[in-house]
Design a protein around this ligand. Sequence first.
Ligand SMILES: [Zn+2]
Length: 592
Amino acid sequence: MDQVEEVKSKVDIVEVISSYIPLKKAGRNMSGLCPFHAEKTPSFMVSAERQVFKCFGCGEGGDVFTFLEKIEGWDFREILEELAKRVGVKLKSYRGGDSGLQKEKILAVNRVAAKFFSYLLLDHKLGGEVRKYLERRGLKRAMWVKFGLGYAPNSWDRTFSVLNKKGFSPADIAASGLVVSREGKDKGFYDRFRGRLMFPIFDARGSVLGFSGRVLASEGGGAKYINSPETLVFNKGSILFGYFQSKDFIREKNETVLVEGEFDMLSLFASGIKNVVASKGTALTDNQVKIIARSCESVVLCFDTDIAGDKAARRGIEMLDAAGLIVKVVSLGKFKDPDEFVQRDPVGFKVALKNAANFYDFLIYSAKKRYDSSTVYGKKKIGQELLPVVSKISDEVVRAHYMGKIAGVLGVDPSLIDNSEKYNNETVVNNSDRIDNAGRVERLEKYFLALYLVGDSLHHDFFKILDKNNFENSECRAFWSATHDIIKSPKAKFKRRVLESLPKSFKTFIDDLYLLDIGAEFLDDEERAGEMVRMAKRIRELSLRRKLREISELMRKAEQKEKSREVVKLTKKFDELSQALKEGVQDDKKVT
Ligand SMILES: [Zn+2]
């Protein structure tokens, strides 16, 4: 056993977490108020059996290492040292493997480079011009320091040679992306960032992952902004500029103000709007959305682009909406960007922020402004623009609200337009089934599996009631099928052995099942068996109903195309399934 394993095996996650927040017994788990988001009823669960935690409110979860990383901001090494101290393990020298080592080196190169750039900006004569530039743009020195701004000298090798003199090898400097390698007879390296204002990009713990460099207005040449290339530590799609400095304010306000550019971000922050980050463009990425959704519940977009007309921006908003965030939009009025707005009219900006319209209201408003809703042509255009967007709203109630609003604008009955399948290209029979399918079926299936995993042994009986195809959720289906493969014989198996035989990829899935809250009464074997039979039958019933809907849809199509033989075949299948469903339901009544 290596030392990491040794420490892990001796640490108790319940003990560690209890030293931060009070935990109470909840069924077979412990629960408490989540330290990572504000809540009044506990949704933070800890499983002693699996040594993992998860918050069902904000989604944070993991093992004891993840917990300490999140709450203390420590890196792996620091956590290991702390835990080793707690459990009395003496650490020999530790290395995080080759890629771990390489990452450490890149971070070290970046750290030294950031210091060098910052020194030039703050105190060196070479930084004179960029100092004037920043002052002209209204950014004070305290902000340069807070955000680690710097200046990369206008030279082909200055940065390289400074780093080299500090003891970094050319290979390590190249791995950081700060230099570009040159082929041919002048083989070697030259500085990537030359004569640029430098914005370091930090991770949530304050390590410099990479840089963004801007040309100064007075100089020409090259792209306005260039970024570090992808490295072992830098991934452009995950950047939110300013997140390190603003994350606590975002959590506190439970809202992120999202702007496009570095200067927008800095100006807002300087004027006291500190829950702000820059996305560096209108096209949001999955990772950016995830970071935002982890930190708060609503987003105010403050883009200089015309959001209603910008496809990339609209796609980003759909992603934010799908992640469960409330999306609002600030209208910039006569100003060209948030930077200009907040500097010229700070009070007005705060008012605009407070009055930010819900994104969908904004869209409707914008469409009404551009098209004449009293003409047939205008109505058609408004419908074409708004209906596909609004039909994708994930929340049923919110969607109905906006469908109603659009109907009002078009002067038609809401029922005429709320026909969302048409816009989403999904064949769904009716909306109530759709809601059912969205979350409830998955919850039910996971609840059943969570019950199945209570106790020391796993029984074969339930495979008789439930076939893997009865599960709608693909993870549940895969888990059920893999477990069935292991428990082939009708005899019960030790749970520990079965779980050990399952592929490693199921680990998180199983962790989550353990963390599900199941009532204390179901720790009793008999009570649990009854509940499981009820749940298994319900899952099967829902799966039969889904199948029936599918077949009736196929029948409808076959009838339309007058394929009579197929209709007969499908009708027979339909009858069989209906019969099975009826029997199942009668069975169910006997059981309950
Ligand atoms: Zn939470």
